[in-house]
Design a protein around this ligand. Structure first.
Ligand code: AMP
Ligand code: MG
Length: 412
């Protein structure tokens, strides 16, 4: 039996980032860039007005005030998207809209609030200074500048940034396809009528959704009966994907043939037991570069083992650098007993009070109770040597679904 840390280390040492593909930027959010992106143009591409107002020569209006306004002749109007036909010469101005190119000869924009239009003239009563309200060419991005570095996880702002420099396609790591198989003679499909001795296969659903949550592509291959031959046939098919997730059949029961069947199709097993609770039976192997995760059948254990082992591996395959969830410290509301020699992960809920974070268990920790996983906001970690976590002590909590953990506020 190996430790959780050793198991994670072994798994990660057997997976590498997948090769790249070039995709349209509209599909690239959440993907990891494989190359530095340089701007092929300046942004903004030309000096333009940041205000609705008048383009002028600063020298003409520097002294303008309420008591001694300056009157200029208006040569034309330039809306955004058009270029002025005239240059601004001494004693003249061009009416300009936000985003329109600054006409030749102008070196300041007077905002419309400081002016009064008089037919073909404008009266200027104030100015903000030379060069004001002009967004210079290349002020945001200079041509040839690296705007996004290799390894960057692309956000919505990055997608816009790429568009702003005219880059419509990018090279990113490919998403792994992940075969999801559930094993067990007791399993029914979700729409099957209930039958004596049978239960619904929930693991395929949890695991498929978990694959998707990690950003990878699930291929649900359905239920396979507890027969070595059937399992081997299914695994052979599954090995066409980039990774394989199997639930059930990995412990020591008389009908647990998963390890043997994986060996039959050439999967080299690395380990099949981890010093943790829940989820002690947990097998990992690989066939060439394809990682194979033999998760426990118990619904909580399989979800949890996916989170601890499969998810970081899939993230690494997608080129991600940050593979693990945040861990916080919280004050324990009640004592928890834990077995020596196993790392125990206790499903828990968090609560904030007076700027401090408190944590309590979700209740029964039986690995068959999927609802405990549904309620859980995190996992309290009881380390191998710890047999009692005392009320009021500080404990480590691995955050689950951390994006939806804290109650938001409008904040302004
Ligand atoms: P196993 O690991 O195959 O011994 O299964 C352990 C427990 O998990 C048994 O109670 C199974 O009925 C249950 N189980 C196994 N596979 C699934 C599944 N796909 N969905 C729900 N429960 C399952
Ligand atoms: Mg089984």
């Amino acid at each position: 039996m190996i430790s959780v840390e050793e198991a994670v280390g072994l798994i990660l040492s057997h997976v590498s980032p997948l090769p790249g593909e070039e995709i349209p930027i509209l599909s690239a959010r959440g993907r990891v860039l494989m190359q530095d992106v340089r701007a092929s143009r300046n942004v903004p591409p030309f000096a333009n007005s940041a205000m609705d107002g008048f383009a002028v020569r600063w020298a003409d209006v520097a002294q303008a005030s309420e008591t001694s306004p300056v009157t200029l002749k208006v040569l034309e109007d330039v809306p955004a998207g058009y270029v002025a036909k005239h240059r601004v010469k001494e004693g003249t101005a061009i009416r300009i809209m936000t985003g329109a190119p600054v006409p030749g000869g102008a070196d300041a924009i007077i905002r419309v609030e400081y002016t009064k239009s008089l037919n073909v003239r404008v009266r200027v009563t104030r100015s903000d200074g030379k060069g004001t309200h002009i967004r210079n060419a290349g002020e945001d991005i200079r041509k040839a500048q690296v705007i996004l570095e290799r390894g960057k996880l692309l956000t919505s702002a990055d997608i816009g940034l790429l568009a702003s420099v005219g880059k419509s396609r990018v090279r990113v790591h490919r998403k792994p396809t992940v075969a999801v198989i559930s094993t067990g003679d007791e399993l029914l499909n979700v729409d099957d009528p209930p039958k004596p001795g049978k239960i619904v296969n929930s693991n395929s659903y949890t695991l498929s959704a978990s694959v998707e949550e990690a950003g990878a592509v699930p291929k649900v291959l359905g239920i396979v009966r507890d027969k070595r031959k059937n399992l081997a046939v299914a695994f052979k098919r599954a090995l066409r994907c980039d990774a394989v997730v199997v639930s059930g059949g990995v412990s020591v029961g008389d009908y647990d043939f998963v390890k043997e069947a994986l060996a039959d199709v050439g999967v080299k097993m690395q380990f099949w037991k981890v010093a943790q609770r829940p989820g002690q039976p947990m097998a990992f192997g690989h066939a060439r570069k394809i990682p194979v995760f033999g998760l426990p059948g118990n619904p909580v254990s399989s979800a949890l083992s996916f989170f601890l082992y499969t998810r970081p591996a899939l993230l690494k395959m997608m080129g991600r650098r940050n593979l693990f969830s945040p861990v916080i410290q919280a004050t324990l509301d009640h004592e928890i007993k834990s077995p020596r020699g196993l790392k125990e992960l206790i499903r828990c809920c968090l609560r904030e009070e007076g700027g401090r974070c408190f944590v309590s268990s979700t209740g029964t920790q039986s690995s068959g109770v999927l609802r405990s996983m549904s309620l859980a906001q995190g996992l309290i970690v009881a380390r191998e040597e710890e047999t009692l976590l005392e009320t009021g002590s500080q404990v480590s909590v691995i955050l689950l679904n951390h994006h939806d953990l804290l109650k938001g506020e409008m904040g302004f």
